[in-house]
Design a protein around this ligand. Structure first.
Ligand code: ITT
Length: 199
């Protein structure tokens, strides 16, 4: 059975593939690149879950196969949960990680260490061509450093230090990050859902 993952990010495909395989699920996972004629959907939702569902439904309808999509971001307590669903384009240009990170640090420059709590959040949605839908979520709690540290990962990883860690997410190995990350948790929570609906 084919399962489409609504992303062009090879890292995400590999991560979900490993989780499904470890769970013994016999599904063929392919990325959105396998369907170049299907246009990207506009993320008009106001929550991670809404955006993940929008993407999953669009792909399931267009391909006739079950589809998974995720939406994620960084939520900063003292900013009322921002950048949240706008994390990828916080400084204006979608995917400009460095500019997004620099703007965030500037906005937090006057904020004391004890008020720099933040979390990564991820919603992962599964949709079937008949409209059936499920959504699961995962979070990773931490605090925000003042100076980016580490070269791994992407996005805001160099400033998010998970609770109980002395390193930032960008200093963890990919396996260490997957074990605790918002996306790792959401993808693992998806396993029983995949088993129930298409397994
Ligand atoms: P898709 O192609 O899969 O849609 P995307 O680039 O839109 O991916 P995501 O939805 O995965 O990105 O994440 C949105 C933004 O949230 C991303 O650009 C980062 O700034 C931030 N983010 C999400 N997960 C993160 C993580 O694990 N580490 C650091 N930053 C993260």
């Amino acid at each position: 059975r084919r399962l489409i993952l609504a992303t062009r990010n090879a890292g995400k495909i590999g991560e979900l593939h490993a989780i499904l395989e470890a769970a013994g699920l016999d599904v063929e996972l392919v990325g959105a690149d396998a369907y170049p004629d299907v246009p990207d959907v506009k993320e008009t939702g106001v929550t991670f879950a809404e955006n993940a569902l929008l993407k999953a439904h669009a792909l399931a309808r267009a391909t006739g196969h079950p589809a998974v999509a995720d939406d994620s971001g960084l939520c900063v307590d003292v900013l009322g949960g921002a950048p949240g669903i706008f994390s990828a384009r916080w400084a204006g240009t979608h995917g400009d990680d460095r500019a997004n990170l620099d703007l965030l640090l500037a906005q937090l420059s006057d904020i004391a260490d004890e008020h720099r709590a933040a979390h990564f959040a991820c919603a992962a949605a599964l949709a079937l061509p008949d409209g059936t839908e499920r959504v699961v979520e995962g979070t990773l709690e931490g605090t925000l450093r003042r100076t980016p540290t580490g070269t791994g990962g992407f996005g805001y990883d160099p400033v998010l230090q998970p609770l109980g860690e002395t390193r930032t997410c960008a200093e963890l190995t990919p396996a260490e990050k997957n074990a605790i990350s918002h996306r790792g948790k959401a993808f693992r929570a998806l396993v029983p859902v995949v088993r129930e609906l298409i397994g």
